[in-house]
Design a protein around this ligand. Structure first.
Ligand code: F6P
Length: 364
């Protein structure tokens, strides 16, 4: 399928570091085939607008900085499911045909979708309905997309969270405090687990493993008996309270997001151990920085491979990382396989082997 061709690219869902590196790689590779790349603005929102919002992307537009740039030059959205789109009057409307119509109007022969599991699922449904040729690229700091060992943005988020622990450790030691770090990740505990091990945490709490305050207090007691005056606790945002409640914050407009479990735990740890405790909620700092070298490599490899798939006429696939190689997998299978932390995985074993308290299944 080499020849004159027009392909679209969009970023959808929460931003993360490395999205621009994917866009750059796709544009460079497509230029090698002589194709035109159309960058769609704000995910599917650009395709819902009339006139359509897009920009033709050419390699010469990139000033050498795009590889290093956080965020997405195209803009993105993690709201407004086109099959159930919230209208101004409070009702909801199926606007999927408008998006499909937008792709047709632009004459797109294929569409590269850079998204997490939710966006990939929505875009696949649109593609099936409208007969669109799509290729998916997994991106999410949560690293919960199935059939890939890593998604773009995860490594940078872990790096930021690890650095936060590096910064918390000296202040914790100076004041003999228990420092609680709340990290993102939605229902998957990957960020907390990776950063907690890398950053020397004493306690790591993830949604996949139940915990108790007695278990946490027991660990802090053992830390004290070893002669250490501080402790580091990392908690994933979706960890539930002891009563099973998910802590959420409601924003203006009614949108709810995880938040608050760090404060909840800090209070209980302080009262169970008598320690002074402080909380840091890392939040969007985890998404915003320049991508790590690993994310730049992953993003670049994914961008090139996605265009190669289009050249081969292979659609409804997702690029993925497996055993040191870029591969591609059926998009529906990747969407169907939600990747939480594996309970028998190496990292949980490592954490337990170190004596980190990671919940009540630990033998620690
Ligand atoms: O899915 C990525 C993510 O950063 C989650 O880890 C977090 O729960 C959520 O997005 C935050 O969403 P928002 O940017 O809408 O606050």
């Amino acid at each position: 399928m080499v020849g004159e061709k027009r392909i679209g690219i969009l970023t959808s869902g929460g931003d993360c570091a490395g999205l621009n590196a994917v866009i750059r790689a796709s544009v460079y590779r497509a230029a090698g085939f002589g194709w035109t790349v159309v960058g769609l603005k704000e995910g599917t929102m650009g395709l819902l607008s009339r006139p359509l919002r897009y920009e033709v992307l050419r390699p010469e537009m990139f000033n050498g900085n795009i590889l290093r740039l956080g965020g997405t030059i195209l803009g993105t959205t993690n709201k407004g499911n086109p099959f159930h789109f919230p209208m101004a009057d409070g009702s909801h409307k199926d606007r999927s045909e408008e998006i499909i119509g937008g792709c047709r109007e632009l004459g797109l022969e294929a569409l590269i979708v850079i998204g997490g599991d939710g966006s990939l699922e929505i875009l696949r449904k649109l593609a099936q309905q409208g007969g669109l040729n799509i290729v998916g690229i997994p991106k999410t700091i949560d690293n919960d997309v199935g059939l890939t060992e890593s998604s773009v943005g995860f490594d940078t988020a872990v790096t930021v969270a690890t650095e936060a622990l590096d910064r918390l450790q000296p202040t914790a030691a100076s004041h003999a405090r228990v420092m609680v770090l709340e990290v993102m990740g939605r229902d998957a505990g990957h960020i907390a687990l990776y950063a907690g091990i890398a950053g020397g945490a004493d306690v790591i709490l993830i949604p996949e493993v139940p915990y108790s305050i007695e278990g946490i207090a027991g660990k802090i007691d053992r830390v004290r008996k070893m002669g250490r005056n501080f402790a580091l606790v990392v908690v994933s945002e979706a960890v539930k309270t002891l009563g099973g409640t998910v802590m959420q914050k409601e924003y203006h407009g009614g949108e709810k997001r995880f938040g608050g479990i760090g404060d909840y735990l800090s209070e209980r740890i302080a009262s169970a151990t008598g320690a002074e405790s402080r909380v840091t909620v890392l939040g969007h700092v985890q998404r915003g920085s320049s991508p790590s070298w690993r994310d730049r490599l992953l993003a670049t490899t994914f961008g090139v491979h996605a265009v190669d798939l289009i050249a081969e006429g292979k659609f409804d696939r997702m690029v993925a990382w497996s055993n040191r190689q870029v591969v591609d997998v059926p998009l529906d299978k990747a969407i169907a396989h939600y990747q939480a932390v594996e309970l028998d995985g190496s990292l949980l074993k490592t954490a337990r082997g170190l004596g980190i308290y990671i919940g009540d299944e630990t033998t620690d």
